[in-house]
Write a protein that binds this ligand. Structure first.
Ligand SMILES: O=C(O)[C@H]1NCC[C@@H]1O
Length: 342
C-alpha cells in the first residue's frame, strides 16, 4: 500500500444528512480569518474535489475540515464543504462536527450538559449538548443571526408560472416556496421532483431576485430552495414539514438547520412568529429539527433573529482517504447521472 496523501475522517450524520469530519492529514489553509480560509478552500478546489467527488465522495456527501480557531473564545473551528458551495454555516454539519468532537473524544464530554463554542466561517455558534453515557444525545446550536430579505416576491419559473416566494438568510441563503401550492406534501416519493424543480427555482431566484449578505463579503447568491409545508399551531409555536433542495439536485435528508432558521426569520418578518416560539420541523425522511427564535438583533441595519436549532447526530465510521500516485484521477470526477441529474 502506498499513498501521497492520507486524510483521516470520522464520518457522521445529523438527522439523516451526512456530515463527515476531517480530523487529521490536512494542514490549515491560508487566511487570517476562517471566512478567508473558507474562500481559499472554495477557490483552490483541490481538497473539495478530493473528498467530495467520486470515487471518495458523491453528491450526498458534505465534508467538514477542522481548523484551529482564530477567535480565542472558540473551542474548535470548521469549514463546511457542500456539493456546490463552501457556506458560512450549516445546521446539520455543525451538529455532525459537535457529535464527532464529543462522541469521538476530541473534546471531553461533561454530563449532563457540555457547552462548546464553534467558529463557523460565518461567525461563532454556541453549542449546548445534552450528554449521557458518553454520548451527545441532543445538540442545540445557536445559529448565526438570520434575516428575511424579500417577502412575497414574484418569481417566474419556466413551466411553473409566477410563484410568490420569500428569500431569507439563515446561515445560508434561501428561496422559500409554498410546497402545497406546488402540489407537494413532502413525502419520499416526491424526492426526485422536489430536487429537480427546486434547482430550477433556485436558478430563477438567482437570476431575478439575487441575494447579497451585508456583512459576509462575497456571499452573493441564493444556495437553496426550501419547500415549506403548511404550519400547524402548537402550544409552543408551530409544527411543519419541509424539504430543502440542494444544488446540483439533491434533497437535505435533515430538516436543514439553516433552512429552519431562514424560515423562522421570514415568518417573524411576516408577523407569523414571535420571539420565544418554536418551529418544530420534520424532513422528507421524518427526521426532526426543533427551531426556536431566542432573540432579536440586527444584521447590517436589518432586523434579524437569533435562531436555535436542536437535533441529533451519530458517528457512522472512520475512513482514511488515500491517493495512489498512479491514480489517473487524483481530483476525482462528477457525472451528471447523479451529479445534477435533471
Ligand atoms: O442543516 C443545514 O443547514 C444543511 N444541511 C445540508 C445543507 C445545509 O447546510
Amino acid at each position: 500500500m502506498r499513498s501521497t496523501r492520507t486524510i483521516h475522517v470520522i464520518s457522521a450524520h445529523a438527522e439523516g444528512e451526512v456530515g463527515d469530519v476531517i480530523v487529521g492529514g490536512v494542514m490549515p489553509p491560508p487566511g487570517d480569518t476562517v471566512w478567508a480560509q473558507r474562500r481559499w478552500i472554495a477557490e483552490d478546489e483541490t481538497l473539495r474535489n478530493f473528498v467530495l467527488n467520486e470515487p471518495r465522495g458523491g453528491v450526498f456527501r458534505h465534508v467538514n475540515l477542522l481548523v484551529p480557531p482564530k477567535d480565542p473564545r472558540a473551542d474548535a473551528a470548521f469549514i463546511v464543504m457542500e456539493p456546490e458551495d463552501t457556506p458560512p454555516m450549516s445546521g446539520s454539519n455543525s451538529i455532525c462536527v459537535a457529535t464527532v468532537l464529543l462522541d469521538g473524544g476530541l473534546i471531553p464530554i461533561q454530563e449532563p450538559v457540555t457547552d462548546l463554542v464553534l467558529e463557523a466561517p460565518g461567525g461563532l455558534v454556541h453549542v449546548r449538548a445534552q450528554c449521557e453515557g458518553g454520548k451527545a444525545r441532543s445538540i442545540t446550536v445557536r445559529n448565526l443571526p438570520s434575516f428575511a430579505d424579500k417577502l412575497g416576491a414574484a418569481l417566474e419559473v419556466e413551466g411553473l408560472g409566477t410563484l410568490k416566494v420569500d428569500t431569507a438568510f439563515g446561515g445560508d441563503s434561501f428561496v422559500i416556496v409554498d410546497a402545497a401550492a406546488l402540489g407537494f406534501s413532502i413525502t419520499p416519493d416526491e424526492a426526485a421532483d422536489i430536487a429537480r424543480i427546486g434547482t430550477r427555482i433556485t436558478d430563477a431566484a438567482n437570476e431575478q431576485l439575487g441575494f447579497c449578505h451585508p456583512e459576509l463579503s462575497g456571499w452573493e447568491h441564493i444556495s437553496f430552495c426550501n419547500f415549506a409545508a403548511p404550519l400547524a399551531e402548537t402550544k409552543e409555536g408551530f409544527r411543519t414539514r419541509s424539504a430543502v433542495a440542494i444544488r446540483p439536485g439533491k434533497i437535505d435528508r435533515s430538516p436543514c438547520g439553516t433552512g429552519v432558521s431562514a424560515r423562522m426569520a421570514a415568518l417573524l418578518a411576516a408577523g407569523r412568529m414571535r420571539p420565544g416560539q418554536v418551529l418544530d420541523t420534520r424532513s422528507i425522511i421524518g427526521s426532526r429539527f426543533i427551531g426556536r427564535i431566542v432573540g432579536e438583533t440586527a444584521v447590517g441595519g436589518r432586523p434579524a433573529i437569533l435562531p436555535e436549532i436542536t437535533g441529533r447526530g451519530w458517528i457512522t465510521g472512520i475512513h482514511q482517504h488515500m491517493l495512489d500516485p498512479d491514480d489517473p484521477w487524483p481530483g476525482g470526477y462528477r457525472l451528471t447521472d447523479t451529479w445534477g441529474a435533471r
